[in-house]
Ligand binder design. Structure first.
Ligand SMILES: Cc1cc2nc3c(=O)[nH]c(=O)nc-3n(C[C@H](O)[C@H](O)[C@H](O)COP(=O)(O)OP(=O)(O)OC[C@H]3O[C@@H](n4cnc5c(N)ncnc54)[C@H](O)[C@@H]3O)c2cc1C
Ligand code: SF4
Ligand code: SF4
Length: 1009
């Protein structure tokens, strides 16, 4: 038995000679999509499970032809390979120690069927995106895993993932219409295409024959068929999916449906057509609190018997009144500080709960119950019938359904908050495991109580049980250390006891929705028994005769494989005391250094789930946020153990570009992280640590901070010279020269580069000395807007500072510039470079000036650059700060008349706008100005990242790769945003001008009549 070591853990098989394979695949895969270095194999090898295998090579694929050739090459060289979508799997099924083939980005095409009752999707589409595409038609996907915001269709189908609303009736097996597959010999088979099937019959008669023979044999065995029927009457993803053998006659349907839940062990799924469900218009939820767990389960059994009408079948594929019933045990309620649970504790201690001793809170159990209606009357009828049913049970407080999304949203937030709350409070260095079992519904009351006791008996005092009670499907979360033999042993014994309980006593499912992986592979035969297991093996042999696909997953002869290759989680720690702290400069005392350190400490809570990757602009270009944390953990581990200095040096060197320099530090990763981890702060801290070793870098930073006015003047001169060059040489010559200079390390110049502007001065037609304090605003033009003017050929003439002043005055407001403005800066530049103390010093100077200018905080303060404003909001607390759209909507809108134009415009919502929570203001404002506002899809962070767009233009190019086609397709003439630097990048990569929203508002408004 091994507790794995991150530096040496290469899986269970020996390292193979992959050189000839690499030679072959380089013929058809661009070398930039093949990774063999230490850093990226470690990064891409990390999935959400607690297993660690490091692939020898990671290949990013972008089309069927490539995958077809890749699988042929794996076959030729006898190399095991694993497919990977979003890598959010929990059971160790998306890791590999040999070849890892990634098929996520580039696999994102889709097509909605004529009546919207089907959707055909390539398998790299994120589940939630597919639901966004379906939303306008009132449709949704059947499968609804909690990870739907990150998990991709390939992973959802191949894991047969499901969630709160998706019982057996709506899983991928039931929803699948057809599949497009790449088989292990490289053949492409589309089961939705007659021609493809005809061709396959001719080329693969044996394959078809074997499927038919297996089907007929299984069907002829009544006992086996009935067992299969029974096992799939509840959620079950243990082993291969063999239901198709009894559910479908056509061999092509059997082939397609076998892929569901196959965890990449049978074939590559390239495209899938699924039925869609209707989304109900009327919904209501109630958090129902029961006095005992047993009673809560009895109530679930009773509610499951309440049948709705047949029209429900058309809507959702089933006709139950209750659409979901999520159980939350007392530990779950406690983990999220549920207010009713807190009240219950008080009542228990006051002796108010009959038969319960003070201090014993374990009985209270909640069932979050949801019902839905096609009409409102139908919803009310369902609510009344459910309440009637609940009258037979002892509730702690009466059950109240609410239709108010604000209230039921809070209930569901409590439910969703369990996992991060439990995971977030675990001891540092331990893993957060989620187990996933299912019982038949009638066994629920007894089995649940036994499960709770079993977990407690193994000493997992902080474990909680929650989940989809309506499907008999529970998750339990364990905070598990794998540092010592005894801890691993404890886990092993608990898992073996769980297996005994679930299988021997209740014939339930050891995995209901998370996949078998390596975690349950040794228990597949135990759960299914010999005959069914043999059928699974035969199915595997038909599809993958060489057993190269995802070795060790589902089929694994090692009875202890579930406690091998365990992923350690070394603690991230730095020499925090060495970091200069600029907090004393700031009146609020909110030090950037301290907040950064807190954020980095929070990164220790990372469970490597990968939910951040959808928002990480560098994911796919270099590393993602999850990979940065995984690599940093490894680096810390190597530093503290001194184990492998060579690997340490290599990782550190490679991290410089892939981890550090290409992180946009925008923090968007935190927005989809269940633990709210901002990996950008980790980057800031690493940059600060590097700065400590570079006194030259710090001196430059110091100099810049002390000579801000001069630097702004210098920058104006540089921009002036560049503009002159542009005018004299023309766009193409200038671009060519500057691309060459960029390769030599100079910042990149593009045609979107601004001209210089003169130092801002008070506007000409200024309303001054207004006696009305209500109508004054302090305007701090950011350094960028004090120096950079418009790009050559811009469709407007005045600088942003002038345009902003003009608009403010139009609404009758007086503009006040802070004193000494040309020396001021918000500190953002220093923060992003990792000079956190200097950043605070600059912010403090600015705060003082704003405090004075705003008459000690009486007037609002406007900044025209959203990233700067975001920084200011974090550290400057004494004045009221506004970003342009929020300011206009709050103060100017009531004093202006809007005259919308019909011009097609695009809007770019910057990262900082999103993080400040003011995106809606920007969207609403744009819609007041134009009837045709377009928000490009798949464009998050623009990758310009302050000034990184100049030095690492590849970031900007990659982040905006989806922009231009959408701009062209939608005939967009101009784009608007609220960050000048982002606008430079957007203009470069869209082919249309981008400028501040202020120009648009100015164009479309007149003073209120
Ligand atoms: C916090 C958290 C909550 C979760 N909640 C749920 C939940 O509620 N319900 C649930 O069911 N799961 C849940 N999961 C597990 C996981 O997110 C899902 O199973 C998800 O569907 C996996 O999708 P993925 O894109 O990450 O796939 P991956 O992990 O990349 O891959 C999944 C499997 O499919 C294979 N595969 C991927 N793409 C292909 C392809 N194109 N062709 C062939 N094989 C392929 C892989 O080899 C692997 O075996 C959760 C995970 C986390 C971290
Ligand atoms: S940073 Fe957050 S979202 Fe990303 S892997 Fe870690 S826990 Fe998951
Ligand atoms: S800050 Fe941005 S680029 Fe850096 S890890 Fe987070 S999302 Fe990715």
């Amino acid at each position: 038995m091994t507790t794995s070591n991150p530096t040496t853990q290469q899986g269970t098989s020996p390292k193979r000679n992959i050189a000839p394979f690499l030679e072959d695949i380089k013929q058809f895969i661009p070398s930039e999509n093949i990774y063999t270095d230490e850093l990226r194999t470690l990064g891409w090898g990390t999935d959400a499970s607690f297993y660690r295998l490091i692939p020898q090579v990671v290949v990013r694929s972008d089309g069927e032809e490539q995958v077809s050739k890749l699988v042929k090459a794996c076959k030729k060289h006898s190399l095991p390979y694993t497919f990977r979508a979003a890598g959010t799997s929990l059971s160790g099924q998306s890791v590999s120690d040999t070849v890892l083939i990634v098929a996520g980005k580039h696999w994102e095409k889709y097509h909605i069927g004529e009546n919207q009752d089907t959707i055909t999707m390539q398998t790299g589409i994120v589940g939630a995106k597919a639901n966004e595409y379906l939303k306008p038609y009132g449709r949704v996907l059947g499968p609804d895993p909690a990870s739907i915001g990150s998990a991709m269709i390939g992973g959802i189908v191949c894991n047969n993932a499901s969630g709160m609303n998706c019982g057996v009736h709506a899983n991928s097996d039931r929803m699948m219409v057809s599949a497009r597959l790449i088989l292990t010999d490289g053949t492409i088979l589309d089961t939705g295409d007659e021609k493809s099937k005809e061709e396959f019959r001719k080329t693969h008669p044996d394959f078809i024959k074997k499927i038919e023979q297996l089907r007929d044999r299984v069907r002829a065995d009544k006992e086996l068929s009935e067992r299969i029927q029974l096992k799939y009457s509840i959620k079950n993803v243990t082993g291969l999916n063999i239901r198709p053998l009894i559910a479908y006659d056509d061999p092509f349907d059997i082939i397609a449906h076998s892929i569901v839940g196959s965890e990449g062990t049978l074939a590559f799924l390239s495209e899938v057509t699924m039925k869609t469900l209707h989304d109900y218009k009327y919904k209501a939820s109630a958090m129902v609190y029961f006095l005992t767990m047993k009673e809560s389960c009895e109530a679930v059994v009773a509610m499951k018997k309440l049948k709705a009408g047949d029209e429900d079948i058309k809507m959702s594929g089933e006709n139950l009144m209750v659409k979901s019933a999520e159980m939350l045990d007392y530990k779950s309620l406690s983990s999220v500080d549920d207010p009713v649970f807190l009240q219950y504790k008080k009542d228990v201690d006051a002796g108010k709960i009959e038969g319960v001793e003070p201090g014993d809170y374990h009985n209270l159990t909640a069932i979050l119950t949801e019902t839905k209606g096609i009409t409102h009357e139908q919803l009310l009828d369902k609510i009344s019938k459910i309440k009637e049913c609940l009258q037979a049970f002892s509730l702690y407080i009466p059950a109240e359904f609410t239709e108010d999304p604000n209230i039921y949203g809070k209930y569901w937030a409590i439910r969703s908050g369990i996992f991060p709350s439990v995971g977030g409070t675990r001891p540092i260095g331990t893993s957060c495991l989620i187990e996933d079992v299912a019982f038949h519904i009638n066994d629920l009351p007894e089995a649940t109580v036994k499960l709770q006791k079993l977990i407690a008996d193994h000493g997992y005092d902080d474990a909680c049980i929650y989940g989809h009670a309506f499907e008999g499907n529970y998750h339990f979360i364990l905070n598990q250390s794998f540092k010592s033999e005894s801890e691993v042993k404890r886990y092993e014994e608990m898992m073996r006891d769980v297996a005994r309980l679930v299988v021997e006593e209740y014939d339930g499912s050891l995995k209901a929705e998370h996949g078998t992986g390596r975690n349950m592979a040794p228990f597949v035969k135990y759960e299914w028994r010999e005959k069914a297991y043999e059928v699974m093996k035969e199915l595997k042999d038909i599809f993958d005769p060489d057993h190269l696909l995802n070795q060790g997953v589902i089929f694994n002869d090692d009875p202890s494989c579930f406690i091998k290759c365990l992923k350690p989680l070394p603690v991230l720690s730095f020499d925090y005391d060495a970091i200069p702290d600029g907090g004393h400069y700031l009146p609020s005392g909110v030090s950037t250094t301290q907040t950064t350190i807190e954020e980095v400490k929070r990164a220790n809570k990372c469970i490597e789930c990968g939910f951040c990757e959808v928002n990480c602009m560098s994911c796919g270009l270099t590393l993602s946020s999850r990979m940065r944390i995984a690599v940093q953990r490894e680096i810390r581990h190597l530093e503290t153990t001194g184990e492998n200095p060579q690997r340490l040096a290599t990782l550190k060197r490679q991290y410089k570009y892939y981890g550090d320099q290409t992180c946009a530090t925008d923090g968007l990763c935190s927005t989809s992280c269940p633990m709210k981890i901002n990996t950008g702060e980790l980057t800031h801290l690493i940059r600060q640590m590097d700065m400590l070793n570079s006194s030259a870098g710090y001196k430059v930073g110091e100099f810049a901070a002390n000579h801000m006015a001069g630097i702004k003047t210098g920058l104006r001169m540089v921009l002036g010279v560049a503009n002159l060059g542009h005018s004299v040489l023309g766009s193409s010559v200038m671009t060519g020269i500057c691309n060459g200079l960029n390769k030599m390390g100079m910042p990149l110049w593009t045609t979107a580069m601004p001209k210089a502007i003169s130092q801002p001065h008070h506007p000409k037609h200024q309303v001054t000395n207004s006696p009305n304090d209500e109508l004054k605003v302090v305007y701090f033009p950011s350094c960028i807007n004090q120096t950079m003017g418009l790009a050559k050929g811009a469709p407007v003439k005045s600088s942003l500072v002038d345009a902003t002043c003009k608009l403010i005055n139009k609404a009758g407001y007086e503009v006040i510039f802070p004193e000494g403005m040309k020396k001021m800066c918000c500190g953002q530049i220093w923060e992003s470079k990792g000079m956190l103390d200097i950043a605070d010093r600059k912010s403090a100077e600015l705060e003082e000036a704003l405090w004075k200018a705003s008459n000690e905080g009486r007037y609002p303060v406007l900044c025209d650059q959203s990233p700067c404003l975001h920084r200011m909001k974090k550290v400057i607390k004494r004045v009221k700060l506004y970003e342009p759209a929020e300011f206009i909507m709050t103060f100017l809108k009531p004093r202006l008349d809007f005259h919308p134009i019909s011009r097609h415009i695009a809007l770019h919502i910057t990262c900082s706008t999103r993080e400040m929570g003011v995106s809606q203001h920007l969207i609403d404002l744009a819609r007041l100005c134009s009837d045709n506002v377009f928000l490009p899809e798949g464009v998050g962070c623009c990758g310009f990242a302050g000034d990184r767009g100049f030095t690492y233009p590849e970031m900007n190019k990659y982040a905006l790769r989806k922009l231009k086609p959408q701009i062209e397709q939608n005939n967009i003439e101009i784009g608007y945003s609220n960050s000048r630097t982002c606008e430079i990048g957007l203009q470069t990569h869209s082919g249309i001008p981008y400028m501040s929203i202020v120009y648009l508002v100015d164009e479309c408004t007149t003073p209120k009549a």
